[in-house]
Design a protein around this ligand. Structure first.
Ligand code: PRX
Length: 670
């Protein structure tokens, strides 16, 4: 695993010495004393009573009618959770808290320019009802899929919860995705209602967001009937134009007629889908991960309570974007179902300066803080003097999305947690809905660099490529798999059960068997399990890259590059990066008649930005004479990865021309 280089000063030595002598860190006593789960028997209880013990999770929710069966596993891998139960997610996130905490802040939003909104549970109830009425007004019915393309503004969670209220699954597309990416997702979900906003602020600049929807409407094959347009400010931004023949509807105008509207929550079957979340896989087309209502909500809520240790009285801040799964589960559904105060921040962490995050933490007296290793590495590079200027005190901190190097972990522990906050490193995926491997923080010691133990009832294992389990403590890495179903798991890939089986199950399951014991979920990650049972996650084994915690498919990037006319052949390799974890390097050969030039490079970068989004921009575009290809014409990305990372070349004997990698290396060294 890559390590982070630290500045050569005294603290460097101190951190290294501490890591060398201390493998485990005990959870602070002040944390343990108040934790939501302090009974060590919970692990055995779930193990001995699987799957029935998960009723404890579902019991954290309010059900319209109770389930008959906790898990129906008669048709693997199409498992059904809390079968026969009915509920509504918006009731669980809002209505049920009103008797006790209607005046408590549900969402605490901070805009980048410094404007703020405190939305109490009662306000959220009103706004979600009114927005649900807006959906109804424009013809959204139960089971219609609503596409949301919104930045980090209150309109996003409100649009999600009001869709959930009327039983319309939402498909939130991260605001940073391009028009083309939005159009692809609209088409795949055949979604004819889109929700967007005129714009938002990023590093002091107002970004025109509606332009992406305009373009997506042109690009999509689906006939989008309505685009609901929010406004970032009181007035529509002067640069944003609406003409009479386009499908835009100003949300505020409809809301005005819907003031005080009440919309009865639709009673949803536990197995009815709550949302889709598109994510990158090993092919060019992103997959619509489909999540059910009951199992998903139970999983997000229970892990928010027992792993994130959220109490209703807490102020909790997860700095992820709601447009990704982390924000769905751990800004919106989990925390609000527990009736807590969840903070949302619109902008960049360094706007107007590098103290912004800690200023917000101080201002709102945040108790629980949740971020990514990429952010921790960035804070670390900015220096510990910055957080030291602010007065905040976290009880609990989380990392998610990537492996965290022990050095970064320790820096987070000392300089952000002050040495007395507990840290959980949470491993999970868009597909898993909620945490699968992470410690229950009062019950297990922290071990920097390891995600930790499985969540109660979860059964991960490490398999070799032949599907044989690798014993823990053998120090051998392998494929991370999950050997039995869990409540938050995806139901399927939207509209494509075959792909669901192919991507996640086929490799390690007996797919013609009806016995659930023969079905094993492949996570796509490499992992190693130590003697003490702790899992260390090593990163993706498939053609998926983790760039600053954003998941990108190699194939998606390559197809964007291939759109450029000058390009003959393209391959993308991950380069390790001290801050972002991995960044994409693009290797390209040009067609006859095209010359290497800055213009071609710029066109390739622009194509990636157009097809996916600016966040996918490559670190380097190398124009080379030839790519390493096997005799059968397969490009060996692995060798390109060796070149990008300046490592010794792996086996080159199967190459048509074994001298190609060295020639590429020489070419890019010059
Ligand atoms: O490679 C693993 C990495 O992120 C992938 C899932 O990405 P995504 O679906 O976008 O969800 C991100 C938020 C859960 C995984 O396959 N990953 C996630 N958490 C960790 C991690 N790698 C190491 N340690 C983690 N804690």
């Amino acid at each position: 695993m890559r390590t982070i280089s630290m500045p050569e000063d005294e603290s460097d030595g101190a951190i290294e010495a501490r890591l060398a002598e201390q493998e485990y860190f005990r959870p602070p006593t002040r944390f343990v004393g108040q934790a939501n789960e302090t009974d060590p028997a919970v692990y055995d209880r779930f193990e001995e009573n699987y799957p029935e013990a998960y009723a404890e999770w579902a019991d954290l929710l309010e059900w319209d009618s109770r389930w008959d069966t906790v898990l129906d596993d008669s048709n693997p891998p199409f498992y059904e959770w809390f079968k026969g139960g009915t509920l509504n997610a918006s009731v669980n996130a809002i209505d049920r808290h009103l008797p006790e905490r209607k005046d408590q802040t549900a969402l605490l939003w901070e805009g980048e320019p410094g404007d703020t909104e405190r939305i109490a549970y009662q306000d959220l109830y009103r706004r979600v009802n009114e927005m649900a009425a807006v959906y109804q007004e424009v013809g959204v019915r139960e089971d219609d899929i609503v596409t949301l393309h919104l930045p980090m503004v209150p309109a996003l969670p409100i649009s999600m919860l009001s869709a959930a209220r009327i039983g319309a699954p939402h498909s939130a597309v991260f605001g940073g995705f391009s028009a083309q990416a939005l159009a692809d997702r609209i088409d795949d979900a055949d979604s004819d209602v889109v929700v967007t906003i005129d714009g938002y602020y990023r590093r002091g600049e107002f970004l025109d967001h509606k332009a992406k929807a305009d373009e997506a409407l042109e690009l999509a094959e689906t006939d989008v009937e309505t685009v609901l347009l929010f406004k970032r400010e009181d007035e529509l931004h002067p640069d944003v134009e609406i003409t009479s023949d386009d499908p835009y509807v100003l949300v505020d105008e409809v809301l005005e007629q819907k003031q005080g509207a009440r919309v009865d929550p639709v009673e949803r079957d536990a197995e009815d889908p709550l949302f889709l979340m598109y994510t990158s896989g090993t092919t060019g087309q992103p997959k619509g991960t489909q999540h059910r209502t009951g199992g998903y909500l139970a999983h997000a809520t229970a892990t928010s309570k027992y792993v994130l240790d959220i109490e209703p009285e807490d102020t909790y801040w997860c700095s992820a974007d709601i447009g990704w799964i982390t924000g769905h589960s751990y800004i919106v559904y989990g925390p609000l179902s527990l009736g807590t105060t969840s903070v949302m921040y619109e902008g960049a962490p360094d706007a107007p300066d590098k103290g912004r995050i800690w200023e917000i933490a101080e201002k709102y007296d945040v108790d629980i803080f949740h971020t990514s290793p990429t952010a921790v590495r960035m804070f670390m590079e900015w220096g510990e003097e910055i957080p030291a200027q602010y007065d905040f005190d976290f009880r609990h901190m989380t990392t998610v999305g990537e492996p965290i190097q022990p050095e970064a972990w320790l820096w987070y522990y000392e300089h952000i947690g002050g040495g007395d906050a507990v840290i959980v490193d949470t491993w999970w995926q868009t597909e898993t809905g909620g945490h699968l491997i992470t410690n229950l923080p009062a019950l297990k010691d922290m071990k920097p660099g390891s995600a930790g133990h499985p969540v109660p009832g979860i059964k991960p294992a490490v398999y070799d490529d032949q599907g044989h389990p690798i014993e823990k403590g053998s120090a051998r890495a392998g494929n991370l798999v999950i050997e039995r179903p869990w409540p938050g798991m995806l139901q399927t890939v939207y509209g494509n059960d075959e792909r669901f089986i192919d991507e996640y199950w086929r490799e390690f399951s007996e797919t013609d068997s009806d016995d659930p014991a023969d079905w094993v979920y492949k996570a796509g990650d490499g992992a190693v399990q130590a003697d003490d049972g702790y899992f260390r996650i090593l990163g993706r084994l498939d053609d998926v890259m983790n760039v600053a915690g954003h998941r990108l498919g190699t194939m998606e990037l390559e197809s964007a590059v291939a759109e450029v006319e000058a390009v003959a052949n393209a391959a993308v390799a991950g380069r390790e990066d001290p801050q972002k974890g991995t960044v994409p390097d693009v290797y390209v050969t040009l067609r006859d008649g095209y010359e290497e030039s800055e213009a071609v490079r710029a066109e390739i970068v622009a194509s990636i930005e157009d097809q996916i989004g600016k966040f996918a921009r490559p670190a380097n575009v190398w124009l080379v004479e030839e790519l390493p290809q096997t005799r059968s014409g397969k490009i060996m990305r692995r060798l390109l990865e060796d070149i990008s990372n300046d490592e010794e070349l792996g086996n080159t004997t199967t190459l048509r021309d074994p001298s190609v990698p060295e020639r590429i290396r020489e070419h890019i060294d010059h």
